[in-house]
Ligand binder design. Structure first.
Ligand code: CMC
Length: 428
């Protein structure tokens, strides 16, 4: 039986169809509301609005579940690897051996950047934030790869997708090397995706560099955990930018710009800086008090999530990885990790955090791992951006292929002046 909802406005009763998803709450379809009832809905921050139909990622915030194409994140983090997850997100199914080999071949044959992009890098100040450089360089890719700009050609869309997944690690590593005044490293296609990224970031021409497989595995896991997350702020930005027909490189650059904010991808950096500022376990109560104080803008970074009102499943996997990486490096007694664990313990027992359902999110432990690997905090968000690129592209491709897709154009609740007449300067 098809479900519907009735909305009564004055004398008028409007029938609104209800769509049932495969998982999650029903969705009331209000597309005809304005035409039939001459009203808008009001939902700043989209807390109750489904902006699109999607088959890619599912989150149950109350149960703390995250599925990519139906597969739980814990199983993927345990048994899969990043490029397999990329294939899954992009094409909908896990690859067989031949498909996997072909996909990895295509990605590794696109890792180099057009040589002229090197000059583009050199135009930035040395102290540019790597995210600023990435927004610029990814946007500039539209000026270098003219053969993958036509969004109406499926082959060009495919090439653009492969190019971005392949080249983002190269761009991020170059942004880092440039910021520290070291020469760029070209990609090494015999290395796996995560290992190649570590090599491009940490190798120097003067010495041999061997990728540590445990660190490469931890990096690969970080990438898997960040690969997609449904209609979050940066993904919605990519979809909105793409809805106008903008080219894929411009859309991903928009996504990177949105990710940069401290409430989104910038939180991993802010979280590590906060843990360092707290410094010792005895100072935790002071910060818990500040987080609860309505007059203090301070928030516990790495805590809370718009959708998860139970543990963020990614945080659990990340915590295991943090123990593994710090154990390998022989720094299990790292004071930042001690502060993080104690902060988590105290916050999870505190009435304020319990009542507001504030749990550690993915960013709570990722910064500790990246710091232990040798990354400066400025590289945390670029690593998130590399990982999320596949999610953005998968969502962008899905949107382009959706026949119901329209340019995104929200309306507003206007509270400004009503009509008034222009007053000449001398009379104001
Ligand atoms: N510390 C202290 N109080 C908090 C926190 C926090 N981290 N997060 C939320 N609250 C309180 C907030 O003050 C509010 O209280 P009240 O109802 O009394 O006004 C209540 O909890 C609800 O907060 P909200 O801001 O309405 O919730 P939101 O869904 O709009 O925000 C969030 C979600 C992630 C932006 C927020 O929890 C936050 O700022 N967290 C810290 C930043 C962070 O870790 N971000 C990473 C998110 S995961 C990775 C990603 O998506 O990029």
């Amino acid at each position: 039986m098809t479900k519907s909802a009735k909305l009564t406005i004055g004398e008028k009763v409007i029938d609104l169809p209800i769509h049932s998803p495969t998982l999650g709450p029903d969705v009331v379809d209000i597309r005809k509301l304005y035409a039939e009832a001459d009203v808008f809905t009001y939902d700043p921050g989209f807390t109750s609005t489904a902006a699109c139909e999607s088959t890619i990622t599912y989150i149950d915030g109350d149960k703390g579940e995250l599925f990519y194409r139906g597969y739980p994140i814990e199983q993927l983090a345990d048994r899969s690897h990043y490029l397999e997850v990329c294939y899954l997100l992009l094409y909908g199914e896990l690859p067989n051996a031949a498909q996997q080999a072909d996909f990895e071949y295509r990605i590794t044959r696109h890792t180099m950047l057009h040589e002229q992009i090197h000059y583009f890098f050199r135009g930035f100040r040395r102290d540019s934030h790597p995210m600023a450089t990435m927004v610029g360089v990814v946007g500039a890719m539209s000026a270098f790869y003219h053969d993958s700009l036509d969004i109406n050609d499926p082959w060009q869309r495919e090439v653009a997708a492969i190019r971005m997944i392949a080249k983002l690690p190269t761009i991020a590593a170059m942004a880092y090397k440039y910021s520290i005044g070291q020469p760029f490293n070209y990609p090494q296609n015999h290395l796996d995706y995560a290992g190649n990224f570590l090599h491009m970031c940490f190798a120097v021409p003067a010495e041999p560099y061997t990728v540590n497989p445990v660190l490469a595995k931890a990096m690969d896991r970080i990438m898997m955990l960040h690969a997609d997350h449904e209609q979050n702020a940066s993904t919605s930005t990519v979809r909105l930018a793409g809805s106008s027909g903008a080219n894929p490189f411009a859309c991903i650059a928009a996504g990177i710009a949105c990710l940069w904010g401290p409430a989104h991808g910038g939180a991993n950096r802010a979280c590590l800086e906060m843990l360092r500022e707290i410094g010792t376990v005895d100072r935790i109560p002071e910060y818990i008090r500040r987080a609860k104080d309505k007059d203090d803008p301070f928030r516990l970074m790495g805590f809370g999530h718009r959708v998860y009102k139970n543990f963020d499943p990614r945080a659990k996997v990340m915590k295991e990885s943090a123990d593994e990486v710090l154990g390998l490096l022989g720094i299990e007694n790292n004071p930042t990790l001690q502060v993080a664990k104690e902060l988590e313990r105290i916050a999870l027992e505190d009435d304020y955090f319990v009542a507001k359902k504030l749990y550690p999110n993915v960013d709570f432990y990722s910064g500790i791992i990246l710091d232990a690997m040798g990354f400066p905090t400025s590289m945390f968000t670029p690593i998130f951006a590399i990982s999320r690129t596949v999610g953005w592209i998968s969502q962008w491709k899905e949107m382009i292929g959706d026949p119901t897709q329209k340019i995104g154009r929200p309306r507003q609740l206007y509270k400004g002046e009503t009509r008034r007449d222009y007053v000449d300067l001398r009379h104001r």
